[in-house]
Design a binder for this molecule. Structure first.
Ligand code: P6P
Length: 325
């Protein structure tokens, strides 16, 4: 609301859109936080006590995001990690000028172990005119985003987002059902001696990544090496820690699966929104050779190598990826 007041021309549409995303996040948080109880509270596996079909949580989260955005009146097309094609709106609902892409529940394979997971979202203005948005509205480079953020379902539920000017974190107070501003103006430390990568892939990494990893494993107290390793295996958890504490997260290209030569993570609803957040907090996000926000998408679910975190740490890794070390 404060940010809206800073823009006299603001119509309140964006605020309304963000409020809807927050609503979906509250509903998802409630389900995520009782996931372990599904078999205890008498859910029959197929039907729960309300007679509703018990869904996989990522399908549930996807439906809640789609519903909240569909009925916001501010969206003309959506893209989701869970849907192969762009998501059009039903003919009867009113459209708006925003385009939203999201990963409704990233890391959901971790939920049985009660590990932190998250929702990631990216917001663009539409380019097309006419009733329905188009695929081209979704395939915009990251620097065109009007806003981006994520919700982390962990020891607390937090929403972190940016409109490009600074990053703010809001913590859900379940007793009032509201997100309260708990982390105003988050800044990422310039340096951080923590790295986050799946070292089980070492043999599949290209030589530049192997050389970088060998470098940060070397003993050199002056440069605080060896770095400490922290890897949850849940992107939002690993990113959130990196944003707050500093360090670097890497999911580079590897030769593990010929079908995914450019790494596992997706550009439009994972790397690009997190890149906008980290850059607004003073950090950096790169493919290793190119700023993530400059990558021109050509497919809805395209994957991209990701090196993200403290500016100095990303730039150190880039020296290796760009063949300068
Ligand atoms: P790996 C979770 O499945 C996920 O998509 C991200 O949340 C996470 O960063 C990554 O995959 C972990 O992948 O190959 O290290 O298990």
């Amino acid at each position: 609301m404060e940010q809206q007041r800073d823009y006299p021309e603001a119509t309140g549409d964006f605020t309304g859109l963000l409020t809807q995303i927050a609503l979906a996040a509250k509903i998802i948080s409630r389900e995520v936080n009782k996931a372990g109880l599904v078999n205890i509270l008498g859910f029959t596996g197929e039907k729960n006590v309300q007679g509703e079909a018990v869904k996989k949580l990522d399908i549930f989260a996807n439906e809640k995001m789609i519903d909240a955005l569909t009925y916001s009146g501010h969206v003309c097309v959506m893209g989701s990690e869970e849907d192969a094609e762009p998501i059009a709106l039903p003919p009867e609902v009113s459209r708006g000028n925003y385009v939203v892409m999201f990963d409704p529940l990233d890391g959901s394979s971790n939920i049985e172990a009660a590990i932190t997971i998250g929702t990631i979202f990216s917001i663009h203005r539409r380019l097309s005119s006419g009733a329905d948005g188009t695929l081209e509205d979704l395939l915009q480079p990251g620097h065109k985003q009007v806003a981006a953020g994520y919700v982390v379902y962990g020891s607390s539920t937090m929403m972190v987002y940016t409109t490009g000017q600074g990053v703010d974190g809001f913590t859900l107070d379940p007793s009032v059902g509201e997100f309260l501003l708990s982390h105003p103006n988050i800044r990422t430390p310039e340096r951080g001696n923590t790295y986050s990568a799946n070292e089980g892939n070492y043999q599949y990494w290209h030589p530049e990544m192997q050389r970088y990893m060998d470098h940060i494993h070397e003993k050199d107290p002056a440069s605080k090496r060896p770095y400490a390793s922290r890897y949850v295996g849940s992107l939002v958890a690993d990113f959130h820690r990196t944003l707050l504490y500093g360090g670097v997260f890497l999911y580079p290209a590897d030769s593990k699966d010929p079908k995914t030569p450019t790494g596992k993570l997706r550009l439009l609803y994972e790397a690009s929104p997190l890149a906008m957040v980290i850059q607004a907090a003073g950090g950096k996000a790169s493919t290793g050779t190119e700023n993530i926000l400059d990558v021109q998408p050509n497919k809805l679910h395209q994957r991209v190598p990701l090196v993200i975190g403290s500016r100095a740490e990303v730039e150190l890794a880039e020296e290796f990826f760009q063949g300068n070390r």
